[in-house]
Design a protein around this ligand. Structure first.
Ligand code: THU
Length: 132
């Protein structure tokens, strides 16, 4: 993906972040996932008084994509308000691995960004092959 495409994906994630429901952590996150069709699906974190029921932005974006029939992903942008770019959490790594094991991931914070490789973030992942 070129820089212009990353910029527009970042903007979509930023917009989604503005809808985050994070009254407990005050840590708002937005994510935007571009599918192979070119369509973009967004998500934000949705917290819950029962903290463990919280949904992360990345998984919300992935669920939106799958619900729309998109199962192939070409890029994921994450935006948080942290001073430094934040990587996806462990649960999101596992979920992303299911359908996008090699999806390029960029996390943005202000003008800074970091790029992550899911295979490095989640080595020796548990996947469908292990259920055989
Ligand atoms: N969060 C995400 O949305 N994505 C991540 O990858 C890390 C954590 C959310 C969950 C919770 O609402 C808040 O950030 C603090 O953990």
């Amino acid at each position: 993906m070129d820089e212009k495409a990353w910029e527009s994906l970042k903007l979509a994630a930023e917009q989604a972040r503005s809808h985050a429901y994070a009254p407990y952590s005050n840590f708002s996150v937005g994510a935007a996932l571009r599918g192979a069709s070119g369509a973009v699906f967004v998500g934000c974190n949705v917290e819950n008084a029962s903290y463990g029921a919280t949904l992360c932005a990345e998984r919300a974006a992935m669920a939106a994509a799958v619900a729309a029939g998109e199962r192939e992903f070409v890029a994921l942008a994450i935006v948080s308000g942290a001073p430094k770019p934040t990587p996806p959490c462990g649960i999101c790594r596992q979920c992303l691995f299911e359908l996008g094991p090699s999806v390029p991931i960029r996390s943005f914070s202000g003008t800074d960004h970091a790029e992550y490789d899911l295979a490095e973030l989640l080595p020796d992942a548990f996947d469908a092959a292990q259920l055989d």
